[in-house]
Design a protein around this ligand. Structure first.
Ligand code: HEM
Length: 127
């Protein structure tokens, strides 16, 4: 039976599984692998901390995601269908691995931040 997201090990599994899907995805994969040329040894632990801070009150993340994506958006415009693809893969991953209130919260927060990010990207282009 699936259990809820309860500790950092769960977050690690969630994030690793999600980015395995992301790199194979035809729509958003190339943004990570070709445009940003992501250093996964650096990025994955940052993402563990990000989600731990959001879901488990870990307080281990202190970055500025909007700034990073605004810079990325200048190199490669991040459009609604990219964020839709991100949300689809994230929801699919959470549902595959977990069930419970934290799992629901992860999906809701992910989708909310994606919406906010899309909005912030367009705003940043008018400045
Ligand atoms: C189309 C959608 C997205 C794309 C293409 C994308 C791509 C990226 C890339 C390329 C990086 C930089 C990795 C690096 O070089 O270190 C990054 C960082 C990050 N992304 Fe995204 N992202 C997307 C959506 C999201 C969403 C919806 C969230 C949150 C729910 C998110 C959270 C983060 C965080 C927290 C970081 C790390 C920032 C830091 O280093 O402090 N991303 N993303």
């Amino acid at each position: 039976m699936k259990h809820d997201i309860t500790d950092r090990n769960d977050i690690v599994l969630l994030v690793n599984t999600f980015y395995e899907k992301v790199v194979r995805d035809a729509v958003i994969g190339p943004i990570f692998t070709d445009v940003a040329n992501v250093n996964w040894d650096h990025h994955l632990p940052v993402m563990y901390s990000f989600w731990e801070t959001l879901l488990l009150d870990g307080r281990t993340y202190a970055g500025n995601p909007m700034k990073i994506h605004t810079a990325l958006n200048k190199k490669h415009r991040l459009l609604e269908y990219h964020f839709d693809g991100w949300i689809r893969l994230f929801v699919e991953t959470v549902d595959e691995l977990f069930a419970g209130s934290k799992a629901e919260e992860a999906k809701t927060r992910g989708a909310q931040i994606a919406q906010l990010m899309l909005h912030t990207m367009r705003e940043s282009e008018t400045m």
